[in-house]
Write a protein that binds this ligand. Sequence first.
Ligand code: DQA
Length: 146
Amino acid sequence: MKLLVINGPNLNMLGIREPAIYGSGTYAQLLDMIRAHAERRGAEVSFFQSNHEGALVDAIQQAYFDGVEGIILNPAAYTHTSVALLDALKAVAIPTVEVHISDVAAREDFRQISYVRPACIATVTGRGFAGYLDAVDILLKGAAES
Ligand code: DQA
């Protein structure tokens, strides 16, 4: 199964950024963890990160043309603002799991809305980096059942 992990703004700053909320692991360590897990599960995984909304839309569209079968998406702050990401996910109709490192439900009011959630098959929040591994498993399970 061909998976794509897309991370939004400021997630390249993991390890530096608010470690009390996001932990001390770096973005590079996150990718290593996901890569190792996907390998164990026999899935192929690639990665994309951008601080720009349009670049994230482009990556979702490109996933369709690249034959990606599952997307793991942490839209970061764009979760709470972006109709464009929602529309892109609907356009490509690739099974997508929304991931948040922190427990967004326990945070500020402005984080309580997720524009992308209606286009996702599942949401994983508050599991730290392990949430991305859960998302891999959810997508693989979904593919095996369909
Ligand atoms: C986040 C939560 C968002 O509210 C925030 O803007 C982020 C990261 C998370 O992974 O917990 O940048 O998506």
